[in-house]
Write a protein that binds this ligand. Structure first.
Ligand code: 6R9
Length: 683
């Protein structure tokens, strides 16, 4: 009796505190209530059947307004980070000249905040990293103290070999804890890491080494993934053999993943495991200015070579920490697993910095969702008792194909929050994730963000917002999101509008520049719609004020959550002896979201054949990496051009997608090429 009335009182108190009211009718996709938390306890996660419900989180409006002020971030920065020197200026600069700064006269160290801070607070024995190796069940745990010891040894090893504050260190490593520890060791000594995803080719590595003038490279003899051995050192050797990298690289630090022997260059290569074992486990953290670079990460744009996106120490750290905490409602005893790769921004922010800055337990997953079979994620969730799981819609779709049998074999009841990233999550995948994986009660959080934003900029927050499958809802803490008319740049106020997605105010986690090319940063992000950050995505705001990202407005292809510049694929194709011209577009693909279609005009006398298609696919693989392998090569004796010579990609997308209606083709110089392409695309 007493318990019941207490529960009722608590429910009423929570209701009034957060202005929540449940809809009169619960649709199947409205979930119930789970446990207590620092956030409101009603964890609902679906399209409410009543609009009142969607509009009921008045407290959010209030909190969100407050988060748009410098004071909000200044207070958080002082509360949640340790500073060697306090800051007096919270933020300065702006979008107009692209000189945004946060906490500029403050000093701190990101690694110190990710590790030492928690150890000093008595959490040294807490598990920082769970390493789930390629073979299922091959698990190693590292406490915060053990993590700091090894990070310090790596840091001391780097210093002993001449790595200095400000040097760019290229990291080409598999998903073992060492990739995370190397990133943290760089941060500890003020070196700037440039992680190159281990699926990139030797050409891509050489380009990045050259662009960043990176004298130091970290790699591993081999990687293990899905039972296969990946020859990482060999690829690094090939990259450094190229003239543009050869002249730059001085030292290659080499970890051992297996006992496999590899080529070893005396004087240049260093067996890292041997050398670091001799190092002290104490390494003073370098005092960094808040605006000192923390890392660069290359990402594809619509034109030109990949951009070295630069993030800085103070703002990024705070933003990574805050979004991890709030988007996932992260709790101190959570087992957290983001199964992205450290080579992408998701791995940087949500495997490494975000969880560790919160003092959480993060998982490093080395394998694939299909090894040894399609139950791998769920087996891991059961064994490790994972509470927060973060993956991409493409992975969900590829697992859905196998049906419900596999996930049903496992106990997934530990799951509380299910994150999604990389592209909009289609309703079928959302339903499966929520119901089959999340048992109809775990919250699906759709996180919209980019390499450039540093962390989530839009999502439904667990316990605060009701989710709509496929919508990332709207701006999170500190994010003033807007939709502008693409042509006029005029803000589209109110609901039921569409246009391009922008952020109207600087936020701490935003990239500061493109390495070595600030003008490119300005022209890509800040000049298209003056006074705003332009994300490069289109969006719609629905009748409830929810934002739906409709995809890139530029020529960037989003395939399996990987961002691929069509210009890069085109240049890989025209670099072959056979191709005269190429136009590359994305097209709807059931599993990958977008597939890659390449229209190629062959040189005179060259014939299209199955072998030719294979060899052109190989050319792209070896120029960029296997993840950019084209899905279709289409023979294009002529491409649909406007009279001014611009390729009409809209038509190419439709042809590759199997459509038959192409809209107005009258502006084409020669519309007769269209039926030929349709015919060739079917073969
Ligand atoms: C984190 C990441 C960024 C691009 C972005 C957008 C797409 C990412 C999304 C999403 C809709 C989501 N994107 N998350 N679109 N809903 N939840 O993926 O970074 O590799 O830089 O790609 O991915 O198009 O502009 P990045």
């Amino acid at each position: 009796m007493r318990t019941a009335s207490l529960a009722l009182a608590l429910a009423l108190a929570l209701q009034s505190a957060y202005s929540f009211s449940f809809p009169a009718v619960h649709s199947q996709r409205v979930c119930g209530v789970t446990g207590a938390s620092s956030l409101p306890s009603f964890r609902c996660n679906a399209v409410g059947s009543s609009k009142t419900f969607l509009k009921s989180s008045k407290n959010w409006e209030f909190d969100h307004q407050a988060s748009l002020t410098p004071k909000y971030w200044g207070d958080l920065a002082r509360k949640n980070l340790d500073w060697f020197k306090d800051f007096s200026i919270t933020t300065s600069g702006g979008f107009e000249s692209g000189d945004v700064k946060w906490f500029e006269d403050g000093q701190l160290n990101a690694c110190y905040n990710a590790l030492d801070r928690h150890i000093l607070a008595g959490k040294g024995d807490k598990v920082a990293i769970i390493y789930e190796a390629d073979e299922a069940g091959d698990v190693t745990e590292m406490t915060y103290k053990q993590t700091l010891d090894r990070v310090s040894q790596i840091a001391n090893m780097m210093k002993s070999e001449g790595v200095k504050k400000g040097d760019v260190v290229t990291v080409y490593m598999p998903m073992t804890p060492d990739v995370i520890l190397t990133m943290l060791a760089c941060a500890r000594i003020g070196a700037v890491h440039s992680v190159v995803f281990a699926g990139f080719s030797e050409d891509a590595i050489a380009d990045r080494i050259a662009a960043a003038n990176s004298k130091f490279v970290f790699t591993t003899n081999v990687g293990l993934r899905g039972g296969k051995t990946i020859k990482l050192k060999q690829t690094v050797d090939n990259a450094i053999a190229k003239d543009r990298a050869k002249a730059i690289v001085e030292k290659v630090f080499l970890f051992k993943r297996t006992e496999e022997e590899v080529n070893f260059v005396e004087g240049r290569d260093i067996w890292a495991d041997e050398l670091l074992a001799k190092q002290s486990t104490t390494c003073e953290a370098e005092v960094m200015d808040a605006e000192d670079p923390l890392f660069i990460l290359y990402t594809s744009g619509s034109t030109g070579s990949p951009k070295g996106i630069l993030h800085t120490t103070g703002g990024y750290s705070l933003y990574a920490m805050h979004t991890t905490k709030t988007s996932f409602d992260l709790r101190d005893d959570d087992i957290y697993a983001c199964v992205a790769d450290a080579g992408w921004i998701t791995g940087h922010t949500y495997i490494c910095y975000g969880p560790l800055l919160n003092g959480a337990t993060t998982t490093v997953f080395e394998s694939t969702p299909l090894y040894p079979d399609e139950g791998r994620y769920w087996d891991m969730v059961e064994r490790l008792k994972i509470n927060v799981f973060y993956t991409a819609p493409t992975a969900i779709r590829s697992l859905m194909r196998f049906g419900d049998e596999s996930p049903k074999k496992y106990d997934l009841s530990s799951l509380r929050v299910l994150g999604s990233v990389g592209e909009p999550i289609n309703p079928a995948a959302w339903d499966w994730y929520h119901n089959v994986i999340g048992g109809g009660k775990a919250t699906v959080v759709d996180t919209y963000w980019q390499t450039e934003t540093g962390g989530h900029v839009a999502c439904n927050l667990p316990g605060i917002h009701v989710a709509k499958a496929g919508s990332c809802r709207g701006g999170t803490y500190g994010i003033d999101m807007g939709i502008l008319d693409a042509q006029t740049g005029e803000e589209q106020v109110g609901n039921d509008v569409d246009g391009v997605l922008v952020i109207k105010k600087p936020w701490p986690g935003m990239a500061r520049t493109v390495l070595g090319d600030h003008e490119r940063f300005m022209t890509t992000y800040l000049k298209p719609y003056p006074g705003n950050y332009f994300a490069g995505d289109g969006a719609r705001r629905d009748e409830d004020g929810y934002i739906w990202v409709t995809g890139r407005t530029d020529d960037v292809i989003n395939s399996s959550g990987h961002r691929i510049g069509s210009a890069e694929v085109e240049s890989a194709l025209v670099a072959t002896d056979e191709v005269a011209q190429a136009a590359v577009v994305g097209f709807p693909h059931d599993i990958k979201g977008e597939g890659i279609a390449c229209y190629v005009t062959l040189n005179n006398g060259v014939e299209m054949s199955d072998d030719m298609k294979k060899s052109l696919k190989m050319a792209v693989r070896s120029s960029i990496g296997p993840f950019a392998t084209p899905d279709m090569i289409i023979n294009a004796p002529a491409l649909p051009m406007t009279r001014s010579g611009k390729i009409m990609r809209r038509i190419l997308r439709k042809i590759a997608g199997g459509e038959n209606e192409f809209g107005d083709t009258s502006t084409l110089a020669d519309p007769s090429c269209v039926p030929v392409l349709v015919e060739n695309a079917r073969n």
